[in-house]
Design a protein around this ligand. Structure first.
Ligand code: ADP
Ligand code: MG
Length: 401
């Protein structure tokens, strides 16, 4: 990665404004459902503490739409963060203003202050410069570590860097290294597994990966548009009539580029999308009238297993079925487990995407893949080859003054 990082900057004793992505969810008791996003920021935090910094942490949580929404307070993150860091973490009930100024003034070296949800102020998402200036006034250096936010044009991504020197944190560095270096210079065979609901959302990424991969597995809801264009019966499965041409184009391009393309050979089918649905396995590629394809079937998994085993690099985005319903989650979980096993044998495995991370957690493979990208939309946009504004504003290494 050629962006400046915390390692390239004399950060000893500095007050650092650290942007993280603590966009987590809580259960009814207020416990954090999944702590991956918090754990993944520990390397940067520990590095800053080792260097004797004072750390002011900023983040968003959920979509409060510019208003105070108590259920989306970042206060709920402090106990876990303190436990993981084995030290006290201060919290202030706003992210700008007098209380924050005082809180920051009172910070000693190696102390941490977490500010309240940035999105309680509409100025964050509007990229208001005065709001950004106030956030910037709390430190001498801005460290961007929220990969999940860098595709946004917000005050905490592109605004603050107008006022403070800006470098990448260690998580952002790892994200970019895996999503660019590991994919651009992939060890072959390179396999991409793409699922999810719609062709529309994945077409950019498929097109971008097609000239890099040796094999492509397509599953999930988007597979049915491909199967339809192939002439299969798909019953009442999800499909996008206006994307048939695109699906045909992808099938043709894959052939031209010698990419082995795998579509589902069989399916778990249901009479409705509901936990109480009747389900069965389709015997072949066709889905009977009135039934819906909700997951890949056992034959498909058997066919994918050796392809996954042979690969040296694997990128996975998008579940293979409607995993939110347990009965329809097996295909996605099996694929996740196969990725975990491949990693043990030395394959570089990268998984990313909002729903994909949820599946990875359920399958217990968050620490069993080489890299789990915490940036849902940002991960997809990056792999589509788009410029991410929050990344563009971080200077390159050769720009060290
Ligand atoms: P990610 O967030 O990892 O990029 P997507 O957002 O593209 O993944 O896709 C996730 C959604 O795809 C899930 O909500 C899941 O229910 C849906 N999905 C997967 N398979 C099917 C299917 N066969 N029919 C309808 N929806 C599906
Ligand atoms: Mg998604």
């Amino acid at each position: 990665m050629n962006k400046l990082t915390v390692r390239d900057w004399g950060i000893e004793n500095k007050t650092v404004v650290l942007r993280v992505d603590y966009n987590v969810s809580f259960d009814k008791q207020g416990n954090i459902i999944d702590d991956t996003r918090i754990r993944f920021t520990l390397p940067t935090l520990n590095y800053l503490l080792e260097k004797n910094c004072k750390v002011v942490i900023i983040s968003h949580l959920g979509r409060p739409k510019g208003k105070i929404e108590p259920s989306l307070s970042l206060r709920g993150v402090t106990p876990l963060l303190a436990k993981l860091l084995k030290q006290k973490v201060g919290f202030v009930t706003d992210c700008i203003g007098k209380t924050v100024e005082e809180g920051v003034k009172g910070l000693k070296n190696k102390e941490i202050l977490l500010l309240e949800n940035l999105r309680f102020h509409p100025e964050e998402e509007k990229n208001d410069l005065e709001f950004a200036r106030q956030l910037a006034s709390f430190g001498d250096l801005f460290v961007q570590d929220a990969f999940g936010a860098v595709h946004r044009l917000h005050a905490s991504t592109v605004g603050i860097p107008k006022f403070l020197p800006t470098v990448a944190g260690l998580l952002l560095e790892k994200e970019i290294s895996y999503l660019s270096d590991a994919i651009e210079n992939a060890a072959h065979p390179f396999l991409a597994i793409i699922g999810g609901d719609k062709v529309e959302n994945k077409i950019g990424i498929i097109k971008n990966l097609l000239n890099k991969v040796d094999a492509l597995i397509i599953g999930g809801g988007m597979a049915y548009t491909f199967l339809k264009s192939y002439g299969a019966e798909i019953g009442n499965s999800l499909w996008e009539p206006d994307k048939l041409d695109l699906a045909e184009e992808i099938l043709r391009l894959a052939k031209e580029m010698n990419v082995r393309l795998f579509l589902p050979l069989d399916h778990v089918i249901a009479d409705k999308i509901d936990p109480a649905a009747n389900i069965r396995e389709s015997e072949d590629i066709d889905i009977p009238a009135g039934w819906i394809g909700v997951d890949i079937g056992p034959l498909t998994i058997d066919r994918c297993a050796p392809v996954i085993k042979q690969a040296k690099t694997i990128f996975w985005n998008g579940p293979m079925g409607i995993f939110e319903i347990d009965k329809f989650a097996q295909g996605s979980i099996r694929i996740a487990q196969l990725l975990g096993q491949a990693t043990e044998k030395g394959t570089i495995t990268i998984a990313g995407g909002g729903a994909t991370v949820t599946v990875a957690i359920r399958a217990g493979i968050t620490d069993k893949v080489s890299h789990l990208s915490t940036g849902g939309g940002a991960c997809l946009e990056f792999l589509e080859g788009k410029q991410l504004p929050g990344l563009t504003v971080i200077p390159e290494k050769q720009c060290i003054p």
